[in-house]
Design a protein around this ligand. Structure first.
Ligand SMILES: Cc1cc2nc3c(=O)[nH]c(=O)nc-3n(C[C@H](O)[C@H](O)[C@H](O)COP(=O)(O)OP(=O)(O)OC[C@H]3O[C@@H](n4cnc5c(N)ncnc54)[C@H](O)[C@@H]3O)c2cc1C
Ligand SMILES: *[C@@H]1O[C@H](CO)[C@@H](O)[C@H](O)[C@H]1NC(C)=O
Length: 417
């Protein structure tokens, strides 16, 4: 049985490890230690500075629409209030009270709008379901969603602010305008790296301890003792050679989860999505202005199904002048021998920072992205991509989150991803 005095170890300080530790600490658990192989206390989750977890990213889509999934929609709306509250606290804090890596100008959630598009004239069923779910469950939020090409919706949108009507048309060139979809002006982007810095700051304030960086924050393997029904995890061993004892080990290792918990390979799999960047030169003020989050929403575009499926999108420009584009119409695995289980091969992230570094992305997605982006934003063609990233998802067998004890360890080992 776990009590408020139990020693709790959390592996991974991405969003799952951070939120788990924050809410455990706020619920009265007193002895929580989070390990991560990345030195987030020094690099502030900066993806250009050695961080390759999914959560360490410059920005992410924040949406309030999830097709027919009203549970996910409810979670998003609950989170939205919290993000806005965090932003308010940030803005009102003296600079000296902010954790390093954050300024008062950083918006953890920027409500720049979220545009969902698909090919052809007929509203894609996933979008239609999203609008229907909103209308049924949360009609006040449905008021903030506007169907593309619907004149009445455009009139409704104009009432909010002229800037929204501009955003409503700013991606009209995708597929030469032959698109359907809607803009959600309650959605936008999270500054993911900054949000993690702030969440970690809250964890520290709530009493959570962190052991970060390679080798002392890197978990080499779990420590397991006993057999049969008494088998349990008693702690973790780090690459630095130290053993830490715990009554409960929670693995929030994202795409590395199966590398740490071999049994998890049946449930989760690391798959890479394609991310491209474009650094806009200072003198291209036209582009800086057009893609500024005040003038430009985050967008995603889908077409086709099965082997032909396309899903990709783009973000507004960052303060540093960086545009990000993603493609997840096809994702990639990278199988290798399991680090502790010789009979097993598991898909394991390979990034710019792993021991066998990779700094390219699959040509398949890149070529398709170029076609869509080149047509929608011809002014970007001359600049071209300036950087790339393989970003590793943790896909699960049924696309649900996995939040549970691992069977066979007498409730001493937990996975959340
Ligand atoms: C390309 C891409 C685009 C995405 N876009 C969006 C989006 O727009 N909006 C959205 O909401 N979501 C998006 N997601 C999903 C979102 O990023 C993830 O759901 C989320 O970041 C997962 O968090 P996590 O904590 O499970 O994993 P991670 O952030 O990957 O964290 C796992 C952590 O475990 C650590 N770790 C691993 N092994 C060890 C070890 N042995 N010892 C110590 N530490 C270890 C890693 O260093 C890492 O920090 C995207 C994901 C990808 C890959
Ligand atoms: C499982 O763990 C509990 C303590 O959490 C212990 O009381 C029980 O004996 C354990 N079961 C076995 C079969 O060892």
């Amino acid at each position: 049985m776990i009590s408020h005095e139990s020693r709790i170890i959390i592996v991974g300080a991405g969003v799952f490890g951070l939120s788990t530790s924050l809410w455990l600490a706020r619920s009265g658990y007193k002895d929580i230690t989070v390990f991560d192989r990345c030195a987030f206390d020094k690099n502030y989750y900066n993806p250009s500075d050695g961080c390759d977890g999914a959560s360490a990213d410059i920005n992410k889509v924040f949406r309030t629409s999830y097709g027919s999934r009203k549970d996910l929609q409810a979670l998003a709306l609950e989170a939205r209030d919290m993000w806005l509250q965090w932003d308010k606290i940030l803005q009102d804090s003296p600079e000296s009270e902010l954790p390093p890596g954050l300024t008062r100008e950083d918006k953890l959630l920027d409500i720049c709008g979220c545009y969902f598009l698909a090919e052809g004239p007929t509203l894609r069923s996933f979008y239609r379901q999203g609008l229907e779910t909103s209308a049924k469950e949360t009609p006040e939020w449905r008021e903030l969603q506007f169907v593309k090409g619907d004149l009445e919706d455009e009139r409704r949108l104009r009432k909010f602010d002229a800037k929204w009507t501009k955003k409503y048309h700013v991606i009209d060139k995708i597929n030469n305008g032959d698109t359907n979809g809607f803009i959600d002006i309650a959605g936008g982007i999270n500054l993911a790296d900054k949000a993690c810095v702030y969440a970690r700051h809250l964890c520290v304030k709530a009493g959570v301890k962190f052991v970060l960086g390679d080798p002392h924050g890197k978990i080499e393997h779990l420590v397991v003792s006993g057999s049969g029904l008494s088998r349990r995890t008693t702690g973790v061993k780090t690459s630095g050679g130290r053993t830490h004892a715990g009554d409960l080990v929670i693995v929030a290792g994202g795409p590395w989860t199966a590398s740490i918990v071999p049994e998890a390979h049946l449930t989760v799999e690391a798959t890479a999505g394609t991310v491209m960047f474009m650094d806009i030169p200072k003198h291209r003020t036209d582009i800086w202005k057009k893609f500024h989050p005040d003038n430009f929403p985050v967008w995603s575009y889908r077409k086709g199904d099965g082997d032909q499926y396309y899903q990709g999108g783009g973000f507004p420009i960052t303060k540093e002048g960086r545009l990000k584009f993603g493609f997840l119409g096809r994702k990639y695995t990278s199988f290798r021998d399991h680090p502790t289980n010789p009979d097993l091969r598991v898909s394991t992230p390979r990034t710019k920072y792993t021991s066998d570094p990779i700094s390219t992305v699959p040509l398949y997605g890149l070529q398709r992205m170029k076609r869509v982006i080149g047509q929608a934003f011809p002014e970007l063609a001359d600049i071209g991509f300036t950087d790339s990233r393989l970003c590793w998802y943790t896909d699960t067998v049924d696309d649900e989150m996995v939040i549970d004890y691992v069977p066979g360890y007498n409730d001493s080992l937990f996975v959340c991803t």
